[in-house]
Design a protein around this ligand. Structure first.
Ligand SMILES: *Cc1c(COP(=O)(O)O)cnc(C)c1O
Length: 383
């Protein structure tokens, strides 16, 4: 049985007529850059996130960068985040001119460890970016408390956490701003590139709106140096259609995760994802940890099961960030996660049959692996 890592086609087929009608409306209105379809989505997405404002932008990377820029982060500043995230989190910091500083993560969730935050703060620290990795929110209460105490801005990287909850509050609604990506494979995915910033802060919202549109306050009058970070009209229209189904899709992902959990529990060498008691995980990624990850991944690939690794190399060990001079061993928990993590197929339309098959093949691999270990002493003795 073939099990893809994600399958965008099935979801598209379930909404194709609505999407076609929405795209047709954009064509007829020739509202291609920003415009009413983006504005409609912004209104609905702000409601969904329980925030006063949502600003549609060109990508999640732009969302992070614009939020930092609007908060006045720039050269000479430090911004604290985690090393096990997509590179965009660090890139956005770098493109403001600030320096990324990392703190290690919690061993059970692979999310920012608030206990390590305080000691990473220096006189130069301006902002903190907790990353709600895999669809689960970081422990926001202690993070917010430390940040408020030290006068730091908090930008939530909610690019993998559309609809996730922390003590009943939505991802993106707790920090000064939240950054979302609508990259096609995300829980809420555009049919192209798109992102959004949400905030309850009116001044920040105004600044982001101006910055994403070349610093323009009125046509051809520019109050500041901005950038082209606008969302396009097609994406606004498609996202408005898809947002209606996001809760259903997230529920399906949670059900899929529960089925995986049930089938894989009790395997000694498989650590299942932990859902923290403070919130609700939306399983953008269903990540298990196994000691022999690479062998398992290739064995599953032989059986037409596609997996992924999020992410094999933590940012402080990426060539691009070599200039920071951070050695292996600096963030042991994140590095251990990187060595063991395996993301199993996960999307709303995944069937129970597919999940049972994946779990069955994982169990089969684990049995063989145990058998091979049992046999090893004999072969070692023979050489
Ligand atoms: C996807 C993602 C981004 C970047 O979003 P793009 O829309 O691809 O620019 C940033 N941070 C995290 C954690 C992501 O998963």
């Amino acid at each position: 049985m073939k099990v893809p890592f994600v399958d965008l086609k099935q979801q598209y087929e379930s909404i194709r007529l609505e999407v076609a009608a929405a795209i047709h409306r954009v064509l007829e209105a020739t509202a291609f850059a920003g415009g009413p379809f983006v504005a409609e989505f912004e209104k609905k997405f702000a409601e969904f996130c329980d925030t006063r404002h949502a600003m549609g932008v060109s990508s999640g990377t732009s969302a992070l960068w614009l939020a930092l820029q609007a908060c006045g982060v720039g050269p000479g500043d430090e911004v604290i985040t985690v090393p096990n995230t997509f590179i965009a989190t660090a890139e956005a910091i770098s493109f403001t001119g600030a320096k990324p500083v990392f703190v290690d993560v919690e061993a059970d969730s692979c999310l920012m460890d608030p206990r390590l935050l305080e000691r990473a703060i220096t006189r130069k620290t301006r902002a903190v970016i907790p990353v709600h990795l895999f669809g689960q929110m970081a422990d926001m209460d202690p993070i917010m408390e430390i940040a408020r105490d030290r006068g730091l801005v908090v930008i939530e990287d909610a690019c993998q956490a559309h609809g996730a909850l922390y003590k009943g509050r939505r991802a993106g609604s707790i920090g000064d701003a939240g950054a979302f990506s609508f990259y096609p494979g995300k829980n809420l995915g555009a049919y192209g590139e798109a992102g959004a910033v949400v905030t309850n802060n009116d001044r920040l919202a105004e600044r982001i709106s101006v910055l994403r549109d070349h610093g323009q306050i009125r046509k051809y009058y520019h109050s500041t140096i901005g950038w082209n970070g606008r969302m396009d009209g097609f994406q606004g229209a498609v996202l408005t259609v898809k947002l209606k189904y996001l809760e259903d899709w997230n529920r399906a992902r949670r059900d899929n995760a529960a089925l995986y959990n049930g089938l894989l529990s009790g395997l000694e060498d498989v650590r299942l994802p932990v859902e923290k008691s403070y919130g609700e995980h939306v399983f953008h990624v269903y990540m298990v940890r196994v000691p022999n990850r690479d062998e398992l991944m290739s064995s599953l690939a032989d059986r037409e099961i596609s997996c992924n690794i999020h992410y094999p190399v933590p940012i402080h060990l990426q060539e691009a960030y070599g200039f920071l001079g951070l050695q292996k061993g600096t963030f042991p928990v994140a590095e251990q996660c990187a060595a063991e993590m395996l993301s199993l197929p996960m999307f709303a339309e995944l069937t129970a049959g597919q999940i049972v098959y994946v779990a069955h093949e994982i169990k089969g691999f684990m049995r063989q692996d145990v058998a091979a270990q049992d046999y090893a002493p004999f072969s070692a003795a023979g050489t």
